[in-house]
Ligand binder design. Structure first.
Ligand code: PEP
Length: 259
């Protein structure tokens, strides 16, 4: 099995302006620079609103803080008459490494479907960004016992048209919608089950080598108390953290696997 460095990703959603972003990143950097932890084995990334990215870039570059960052969305297009949209080229120029695509809030509130998510993932890759492609079932689907087929179909649709080489660069986040922002975290067994199923499907489509090297994250009400057990699962290679990433101390505890 290829080495998969765990990724702890903080999705700030529509919270914190650029001044508040500076405060949070500085505190986080201070908490994470402490020598007695295993941080070299974990990659940490934050996903602030677009308007904060320049401030985060300045801070990270200036202080040599080891923190990756990315945006929460991007346009499927590269430039032109798309008022209000943001090109992956601009994110790349700002030093972003990652971009979230297909978050359930974009799918639900903005009606994004798998085809659009796949175009966004392709746009990210075109600009050298790693897309964090989010998939996951709603409560009705879970209760009907259809979560596996639903999520597998969603992932296939969201990666449609990508080559094996491109797929290998994608990070997948399994985020059951019923667990996002609800305080109801999936069990470690559920997270493992779904990540294993998704990896198996990726192996079927692109080969075991590609699938075994890809990082699959769990997201949905992750806190420092639940993170260690989730992250200990064989096929769970990190966490996408929403609410808890707005608290630097709590987020740092998640990074440190400190329950
Ligand atoms: C998310 O926004 O991707 C998320 C998982 O949010 P929360 O941790 O707040 O459930």
């Amino acid at each position: 099995v290829a080495a998969r460095t765990p990724l702890i990703a903080g999705n700030w959603k529509m919270n914190l302006d650029h001044r508040e972003a500076v405060t949070l990143v500085q505190r986080l950097a201070w908490l994470l620079q402490d020598a007695d932890h295993e941080q070299e084995d974990v990659e940490v990334a934050v996903f602030p609103p677009f308007t904060d990215l320049r401030a985060v870039q300045t801070l990270v570059t200036g202080d040599r803080i080891e923190l990756a960052y990315g945006a929460q969305d991007l346009s499927p297009e590269d430039s032109g008459a798309y008022t209000g949209d943001v090109s992956g080229a601009f994110l790349s120029a700002l030093g972003c490494s990652y971009v979230i695509v297909g978050h359930s809030e974009r799918r639900t509130i903005h009606g994004e479907d798998d085809a659009l998510v796949a175009r966004k993932a392709a746009a990210a890759l075109r600009h050298g960004l790693t897309p964090v492609v989010c998939v996951g079932e709603g409560l009705d689907v879970r209760q009907a016992g259809k979560h596996v087929e639903h999520t597998v179909a969603q992932l296939r649709g969201s990666l449609e048209g990508l080559s094996a080489e491109d797929t290998a660069r994608v990070v997948v986040a399994y985020e059951p919608v019923w667990a996002i922002g609800t305080g109801e975290v999936a069990s470690a067994e559920d997270a493992q089950e779904m990540c294993a199923v998704l990896r198996k499907d990726l192996a079927g489509a692109h080969g075991a080598d590609v699938a075994s090297g890809m990082r699959l994250l769990y997201g949905g009400s992750v806190k420092s108390s639940s993170a260690p057990e989730l992250l200990a699962q064989e096929d769970v290679d990190g966490a996408l953290v929403g609410g808890a990433s707005l608290d630097a101390d709590e987020f740092a505890k998640i990074v440190r696997f400190d329950a």
